[in-house]
Unconditional design. Structure first.
Length: 251
């Protein structure tokens, strides 16, 4: 989670790629030196691959290869309907928690909810805290769904019961099939931050959460997802794997 970036600069490829732009596949795949010579980069940590590695090497070493393998996100199995859809995911600093982030500034949730509602009629998802749920939910349009991510408590001294879950507010989305038995529920039990992710930070969502959130929206491989608060880039990486675009990066 970090501050919202509405219009990414031309050299800021992380937001463009998170939004599902095909044009950024080549940019993510190839980074260029000043001389114009292409660099080969590790698909996990993005470090330049050392000289002498095999021509088909994708990772800089065993550690990155194993970490990438553990970052499991299944491919989308939801079928697109009559058209591709555009969704958004917002994971801003939660109300009253901005002080733990570098920006130190609260997010205007009134403007954020207006933007989500106006710009993403196909559907959107918003993460918030259980403490702030009542206030945030009052700003949402009618018909939103509240899902629960049970991430487990962070053991510490507290005057009240430790918080072990976070709400995910979902609006719209593609309807799911009704001719099959549904295995998707509005609750997820999964541990928190994927700590070996490059750039892991406070509030980062694990791959299991990302896949669950995509499915709540009914997202398919042909859809687009705008990650409004990119932060660590974990949602971007999960979306790449969910939509099957990782192969295009490696080629």
């Amino acid at each position: 989670m970090t501050s919202c970036r509405v219009s990414p600069a031309p050299d800021d490829l992380s937001v463009v790629f998170a939004c599902g732009s095909d044009a950024s596949l080549a940019a993510e795949r190839d980074s260029f030196l000043v001389s114009g010579i292409p660099e080969r980069r590790c698909l996990w940590c993005r470090a330049v691959l050392p000289a002498g590695v095999r021509h088909d090497a994708k990772f800089c070493g065993k550690r990155c290869r194993q970490a990438s393998w553990r970052f499991r996100v299944c491919r989308a199995d939801i079928e697109a309907t009559d058209r591709a859809m555009t969704f958004a995911y917002a994971d801003p600093p939660y109300p009253g928690k901005a002080s733990i982030y570098p920006e130190k500034s609260e997010v205007d949730h009134v403007s954020l909810l207006e933007r989500l509602t106006e710009n993403y009629p196909d559907g959107w998802a918003l993460s918030t805290s259980s403490e702030a749920l009542r206030d945030v939910l009052s700003l949402c349009p009618r018909g939103v769904r509240v899902c629960a991510w049970f991430k487990g408590p962070r053991h510490t001294k507290s005057r009240r019961a430790l918080v072990s879950w976070e709400p995910l507010i979902v609006a719209g989305g593609r309807p799911l099939r009704v001719d099959v038995v549904q295995d998707l529920s509005d609750g997820l039990v999964a541990r928190g931050r994927f700590r070996c992710f490059p750039g892991a930070m406070i509030g980062m969502k694990p791959p299991a959460f990302a896949e669950w959130m995509f499915r709540q929206l009914g997202a398919s491989r042909v859809d687009r997802l705008d990650d409004l608060f990119p932060g660590s880039g974990a949602i971007r990486r999960a979306w790449i794997r969910y939509t099957g675009k990782e192969r295009a990066i490696a080629e």
